[in-house]
Design a protein around this ligand. Structure first.
Ligand code: ZN
Length: 282
């Protein structure tokens, strides 16, 4: 997969691909199991047969001299509690380096939330231990997100060998869900999928973009933002958040960059009746 890049004013953004997840709709978006206009509109690129096709990828954002990594994918060398899950062994770090962001060059790491497929590369396996992958980076964790997962289990996976290692190494900063990173890049709260979920808003020279995180989990949700996503911790709040995000992106004419959207990954959003239509960026 060749890297996708976008220029938003003075800000450059590159997607760095890790792996695909193929998920039966009944496990995630049950209403996407039946054919219909919303499914048909994205079937070519966002489904694999009848399964939802999700890309696991990170975004490198260059702004104001800072190298910002948004999300940390699944990582290598981990075992997961699901028999059907094929733990990846990928060359993600080589691809990140090839994209111009070697691990030692990363200044800031943002996790949109702390599910397993967003924290994996915070650490890597070395000599039987888990060590920080980005030793020179400040890792931004929304305080509300961190607090939630201290008392809740996520898919049977603990954060002990990922985010907790970063906190132990004192490479973290707990931030609010509206934290400003640079003059061009900030977090905005997009809770519902998880209680401290954030999206990343970019604005520069009159242009804008939004990196969704899992607040918009699959492209079919642009046309059907009210479809229940079984992964959402608070499904009703998540529906409202999707509508708020889509309304904002459409109103500003921003580029929507879907964290799990397969290529072309980014597009524009146009109002269409009670919802929106996704127009992939060329
Ligand atoms: Zn995810």
């Amino acid at each position: 997969v060749s890297p996708l890049s976008w220029q938003v004013g003075d800000v450059s953004i590159t997607a760095v691909f890790e792996s695909y997840l193929r998920t039966p709709p009944r496990m995630m978006l049950p209403e996407a199991a039946e054919p219909g206009p919303a499914v048909d509109a994205v079937k070519d690129w966002a489904f694999d047969g009848n399964n939802l096709l999700l890309a696991v990828q990170a975004f490198v954002v260059w702004s104001a001299g800072q190298v910002i990594l948004v999300d940390a994918c699944i990582g290598n060398d981990r075992e997961f509690p699901w028999p059907q899950f094929d733990a990846p062994d990928t060359d993600f770090l080589d691809r990140l380096t090839a994209a111009g962001a070697a691990p030692a060059d990363v200044d800031l790491v943002v996790c949109t939330h702390l599910h397993f497929d967003h924290v994996g590369w915070l650490t890597r396996r070395e000599d039987g231990d888990w060590i920080p992958t980005f030793p020179n980076a400040t890792h931004l964790f929304a305080e509300a997100e961190w607090a939630h997962w201290q008392t809740h289990e996520s898919h049977g996976m603990s954060l002990d060998d990922t985010a907790a290692r970063i906190v132990q190494a004192d490479l973290h900063q707990f931030v609010s869900t509206d934290h400003v990173i640079t003059d061009e890049v900030r977090l905005i709260p997009s809770v519902g999928h998880t209680p401290g979920h954030v999206s990343v808003q970019i604005a520069s020279q009159g242009q804008g973009a939004l990196i969704t995180g899992d607040a918009i989990h699959h492209p079919v949700q642009v046309a059907e933002p009210d479809w229940v996503d079984l992964q959402d911790v608070d499904p009703v709040q998540a529906q409202q958040t999707r509508r708020d995000l889509l309304d904002g992106v459409a109103g500003r004419g921003d580029l929507l960059i879907g964290t799990h959207f397969p290529a072309p990954t980014a597009g524009y959003v146009k109002p269409s009746g009670p919802s929106w239509t996704f127009i992939p960026a060329s």
